[in-house]
Design a binder for this molecule. Structure first.
Ligand code: DX5
Ligand code: ZN
Length: 221
C-alpha cells in the first residue's frame, strides 16, 4: 500500500502561503490539499483560482483541489488552468454529477467525489468507475481543527471494499481531524491518502510531524 500525506493549506499562514507550501513539500508532503470554500455551500470563505495559480510555481508535488462550492462547473476550467492536478467536489453541490466528472477529465485533471459524514456511499453506485479518487470527510466541511468523527471508520472500510471490487487504482482519501495519534486507525480502515491541516501547519516542525505520521503508517500492515 502506498500512503500519501496531503497537508491542507487551510491551516497555513495565508500571508506566507508560497513559503508554507514549499516548507511542507520539503518536509515530505506528497500532495498539497487546497481547500476552496464559497460561503454558500459551506459557511466559510477561502481562496480561488488566482491563489491556486500563485501557489503552483512554488511546488512540484500535485495540487489536490477540494471544491466546497456550489455551483461547481463554472470553476472547474479555472482551477485546471490555475494548475490543479486533482479536482474533487461534493455531489450534492452539482446538478449533474456525471457531467461535472466529465468536465474535470476534459480539462486534464484527475477527478474525485467528496462524501460528507452523512452522505451515503450510494453516490458511488454509478460514478466509481469514473473516479480517480474518493474523498471521505471525517468532519463536516467548512473549518480546520475539528474533531475526527469516528463513525466514519466503518464507512472507510466499506468504501475500500467497493474500490477493491472495482479493480481500479482509485485513491481513498480521508479529510478532517487526522493527527499522528489516529492516522494509523484511518489507514487500517482502508484509507491510503490523508489530509492533515492543523496537525501539520499547527506544529512547529513540519518535517518531524510528517515523519511521525509516516512512522505510524509503517505500523499498518
Ligand atoms: C475542512 C477541510 C479540511 C481541513 C482539515 O472543510 O476540507 O481539509 O482543512 O483540517 P484539519 O486537519 O485541521 O481537520
Ligand atoms: Zn479538504
Amino acid at each position: 500500500m502506498t500512503f500519501r500525506i496531503a497537508p491542507s493549506i487551510l491551516s497555513a499562514d495565508f500571508a506566507r502561503l508560497g513559503e508554507e507550501v514549499r516548507a511542507v513539500a520539503q518536509a515530505g508532503a506528497d500532495l498539497i490539499h487546497f481547500d476552496v470554500m464559497d460561503n454558500h455551500y459551506v459557511p466559510n470563505l477561502t481562496v480561488g483560482p488566482l491563489v491556486c495559480a500563485a501557489v503552483k510555481p512554488h511546488v512540484e508535488i500535485p495540487l489536490d483541489v477540494h471544491l466546497m462550492v456550489r455551483p461547481v462547473d463554472r470553476l472547474v476550467a479555472d482551477f485546471a488552468k490555475a494548475g490543479a492536478n486533482i479536482i474533487s467536489f461534493h455531489p450534492e453541490a452539482s446538478e449533474h454529477v456525471d457531467r461535472t466528472l466529465a468536465l474535470i477529465k476534459e480539462n486534464g485533471c484527475k477527478a474525485g467525489l467528496v462524501l460528507n459524514p452523512a452522505t451515503p456511499l450510494s453516490y458511488l453506485d454509478h460514478t466509481l468507475e469514473k473516479l480517480d479518487l474518493v474523498l471521505l470527510m471525517s468532519v463536516n466541511p467548512g473549518f480546520g481543527g475539528q474533531q475526527f468523527i469516528a463513525s466514519v471508520l466503518p464507512k472507510i472500510e466499506q468504501a475500500r471494499r467497493r474500490i477493491e471490487a472495482s479493480g481500479k487504482p482509485i485513491w481513498l482519501e480521508v479529510d478532517g481531524g487526522i493527527k499522528t495519534d489516529n492516522i494509523a486507525s484511518v489507514a487500517r480502515a482502508g484509507a491510503d491518502t490523508f489530509v492533515a491541516g492543523s496537525a501539520i501547519f499547527g506544529a512547529k516542525d513540519y518535517r518531524k510531524t510528517i515523519a511521525e505520521m509516516r512512522a505510524q503508517l509503517a505500523t499498518v500492515v
